[in-house]
Design a protein around this ligand. Sequence first.
Ligand SMILES: *Cc1c(COP(=O)(O)O)cnc(C)c1O
Length: 309
Amino acid sequence: MNIPPTPFEFLRNISNLLSTNIYIKRDDLFPLVGGGNKARKLNYILNQNIQKKHNAIVTAGSNQSNHLRSTALFASKLGWKLICIIHDNEKDKYEGNLKIVKLTGAELRFVQMHEVKEAMAQAMNDLIKEGYNPLYIWGGGHCLNGSLAYYDAVLELKSQMKSIKPDYIFVASGTGTTQAGIEMGVSNYLQDCKVIGISISREKKRGKEIIMESMKELSNYLGRQDKMPEEIVFDTNWLGSGYEKTYPELLATIRWAAKTEGLLLDPTYTGKAFHALIKYIKEREIEPNSNVVFWHTGGLLNLIVSNDI
Ligand SMILES: *Cc1c(COP(=O)(O)O)cnc(C)c1O
């Protein structure tokens, strides 16, 4: 589906207070299946596969996975059967993303983290036996088309920025698909801009390797090996004690952003990336008056279900 660009806005109050020009790319408002980067990725993944006559999907994620929610809503729209492999214990309370997944009637199978691959293979087999033609989508929508969606999104951003030249783009980085696409897009379309990926779950070495792999795959596909950046930034200093774990300074930033500019951030993803951005500015790792784009990847439901804030 071809969809209009997501809004691009200037954060006036926050920019004034920090003497930096901070813009926001509102992928939280991506107009399909609840928005966010997972919706943008899935739109590409499904568009690329639509002619292959699939009628079912197998995918995986955690309890509060934005990817599962987007996939569940998309599957309903298409009238496809969906099996979700959930690597979390079943909670008695269905809330947030999981509530939405359940509402769509998707089949839920709860497993342990180390059982995911096998459970996905089993679900594929089960569907094939029942006569379906299932599409296998990795957790988080981690694949070439996911990165391609963000490669193209950089061009969308560029056209919205007109004469403004971005110096930095900040983005929350999990599976790295989004960052890989943005890195490749920036090296093609926005040469003097630096991408700062803020890790929300992975440690540095592995996280970086996976992003580099996704970038290689994308550059091969695009035939642009010449444009492959040699070095990327994957900053793991803002994780706290791990995925979904919060810390007081992070929560203070989330409160501050809401109060100062009505900017809603979640404690799992965008809060950590935005908190890092503020720290970079305060610690002068970014020159005053720079043009910074904060790529808002969604996550509102992660804020709503959080017991920490
Ligand atoms: C999944 C997710 C991310 C991370 O995206 P990746 O492509 O997996 O790196 C960032 N923000 C939100 C809100 C997400 O749901």
